[in-house]
Design a protein. Structure first.
Length: 251
C-alpha cells in the first residue's frame, strides 16, 4: 500500500511539472495551453522552436569541432614550449649525468665524481694514485685548492681495478672539459630554439581565425535569420490571440 501511494505521489508530481511546463511554453491560461482552439498555434510554435533548436545544435557542433582543433593546437604548442624549456635547463644544468663507474666510496658520473655526500667537479679534478703495502691511495686535487684523500684496502681492491678506475676518471675529466667548452653554444642554441617556438603560434592563430570566421558566418546565416523570424512571427501571433508572449529563445 505504501508503495502504491509513493507511485501515485510521483505521478502527481510529474503531472504537475508537465502542466507547469506547458503553461510556461504556451502562456495565457488553461485554454491556450491545452484547448483545441489553440492547437494549431501550439503546433506552429513548437515547429518553429524545434527548427531553431536544430539550427542552434548544428551551429554549436560546427564551432565545437573547430574549438577542439584550437585546443589541440594550443596544447601542442604548450608541449613544444615545455620540451624546449627542458632542453635549455639541461643545457644550463646538465646535472650528474649517467653513472660511469665506481670504486669503493667513489662513484663516477658523466659530469661529477661523488665522494660520499661530496660532489667533486670533473673539469678541475686531478688524481694522483699512490700505493703502499696495505692500501691504495687516491689523492684528488681541485683548482680551488681542496684535496680529497681516498684510502682503499688492498685486501678489498685489486691494483688493476684501481688503475682502471684512474684511467676511467682521467678520460671523464677530458670529456668534461670538452663538454664545457661547447656549453655556451649549446645554451645559445637552446635559448634561440625556445624563443622561436614560443613566438611560433601560427598553427593556433590559423585555427582561431577560422573559428572567428565561422562565428561571423553563423551570425549572418540567412537560414538562422529565417528560423528566428518564423519563431518571432509565431510568438507575435500567439500574443495577439492570447495576450501573453511566449518565452524568447535563449541566445
Amino acid at each position: 500500500m505504501v508503495e502504491v501511494v509513493r507511485w501515485i505521489v510521483w505521478a502527481l508530481i510529474a503531472a504537475a511539472v508537465l502542466i507547469c511546463l506547458q503553461h510556461y511554453r504556451y502562456p495565457g491560461g488553461w485554454g491556450p495551453a491545452f484547448s483545441r482552439e489553440h492547437a494549431a498555434r501550439r503546433r506552429s510554435l513548437a515547429r518553429a522552436r524545434r527548427h531553431l533548436a536544430r539550427r542552434a545544435v548544428w551551429a554549436w557542433g560546427q564551432r565545437a569541432l573547430v574549438q577542439a582543433r584550437l585546443h589541440s593546437a594550443q596544447s601542442a604548442h604548450r608541449q613544444s614550449v615545455a620540451t624546449a624549456k627542458l632542453s635549455l635547463r639541461q643545457a644550463r644544468e646538465p646535472g650528474l649525468g649517467v653513472k660511469v663507474g665506481e670504486l669503493g666510496p667513489l662513484v663516477l658520473h658523466e659530469h661529477v665524481l661523488l665522494h660520499g655526500e661530496e660532489q667533486l667537479r670533473l673539469d678541475s679534478l686531478k688524481v694522483k694514485p699512490h700505493h703502499d703495502v696495505r692500501n691504495h691511495h687516491l689523492i684528488l686535487f681541485q683548482d680551488d685548492g681542496s684535496v680529497n684523500h681516498v684510502s682503499l684496502a688492498r685486501t678489498e681492491h685489486e691494483e688493476d681495478a684501481v688503475f682502471a678506475f684512474v684511467a676511467l676518471l682521467t678520460s671523464a675529466v677530458l670529456r668534461e672539459n670538452t663538454f664545457l667548452s661547447g656549453q655556451g653554444k649549446r645554451i645559445a642554441r637552446a635559448e634561440e630554439r625556445l624563443a622561436r617556438i614560443e613566438a611560433d603560434t601560427s598553427a593556433q592563430d590559423g585555427v582561431r581565425t577560422e573559428l572567428d570566421r565561422l562565428v561571423e558566418e553563423q551570425r549572418l546565416d540567412p537560414e538562422q535569420a529565417a528560423a528566428l523570424a518564423r519563431l518571432k512571427a509565431c510568438r507575435q501571433d500567439w500574443h495577439e490571440h492570447t495576450g501573453r508572449m511566449p518565452p524568447a529563445p535563449r541566445s
